[in-house]
Design a protein around this ligand. Structure first.
Ligand code: B1M
Length: 209
């Protein structure tokens, strides 16, 4: 089995202890970090499908997520550039009621590499906490809100509305699997991105426009 397929299979199987070594072996074989990351993202798609069909349950989903996080740790130094945080500070978090953080962490990594200093509030972040963080940190230019569940899309709306109602001069970008550009516009977000790479491009565009 090729190394990249092995990484994919082991993430799906949640072999947490093996992933870092396998990812390193794949890199040593000359496989690009971006391709390894994509293989792991694809694994999570397979895991989600298996969950939908009742083949696996929440614990297996969680273990697969932990395995992917171990792999991302190995890739992170290769993907984040050392550009100075010249675009200001970006507050990032997954909205209230939502515990998914892999996508948010990838977005954080890519937005950081675009030139922002990142302040990560983690998961299950209440709307007001985003506002408090804008006030508590210096030179906040952007807030990035992630939401992965259809049931937490109203929390995304509340986060954007609360930030906008605060009157603080920051741009807000939203994203996550159930979010569409139409929904982002409807809830008053300044920007939307479908994935981590385009989130970095959009983030830069929003604060330099
Ligand atoms: Co959950 N889960 N989960 N889960 N989980 C999904 C999201 C689901 C689609 C699975 C399924 O049913 N097929 C489904 C949601 C259905 C829906 O709402 N439409 C679901 C469900 C139902 C649940 C629970 C309700 C299950 C239960 O308890 N019965 C529960 C909810 C808990 C909660 O949050 N309150 C739950 C729990 C969990 C775990 C904790 C076990 C675990 C998360 C662990 C963790 O994150 N640390 C988990 C996992 C792993 C998944 C799947 C399998 C993988 C998610 C993931 O990491 N994907 C997921 C199925 C799937 O995604 N196919 C699923 C990989 C990641 C790179 O992609 O997060 O989409 P993603 O991020 C992308 C883009 O969306 C985008 O860029 C990222 C990278 O390119 N993006 C942004 C994300 N945020 C962005 C922000 C931006 C811009 C782009 O700007 C700010």
């Amino acid at each position: 089995m090729s190394k990249i397929l092995e990484v994919k299979a082991k993430v799906e199987a949640g072999k947490t202890k093996l992933i870092a070594g396998l990812v390193q072996e794949a890199l040593d074989e000359g496989i690009k970090a971006e391709d390894i990351l994509q293989a792991m993202v694809d694994s999570m798609g397979v895991v989600g499908d298996k969950f939908s069909t009742g083949e696996i349950f929440v614990p297996e989903m969680l273990i697969a997520a932990k395995a992917m996080a171990k792999g991302v740790e190995v890739l992170k130094p290769l993907m984040a550039s050392d550009s100075a945080s010249s675009l200001g500070t970006c507050i990032i978090g997954t909205v209230a009621g939502d515990l998914h953080d892999i996508g948010k962490n990838l977005v954080s990594m890519m937005v950081e590499s675009a030139g922002f200093k990142m302040v990560d509030l983690g998961v299950d972040v209440p709307a007001q906490k985003f506002v408090d963080a804008i006030k508590e940190n210096e030179n906040v230019t952007l807030v990035a809100c992630s939401g992965l569940l259809t049931t937490t899309m109203p929390a995304l709306k509340e986060a954007v509305e609360t930030i906008k109602a605060s009157g603080l001069a920051v741009k807000v970008i939203v994203g996550g699997a159930p979010v569409t550009p139409e929904y982002a516009a409807e809830i008053g977000a300044d920007g939307y991105a479908p994935d981590a790479g385009s989130a970095a491009v959009k983030a830069k565009e929003l604060v330099t426009a």
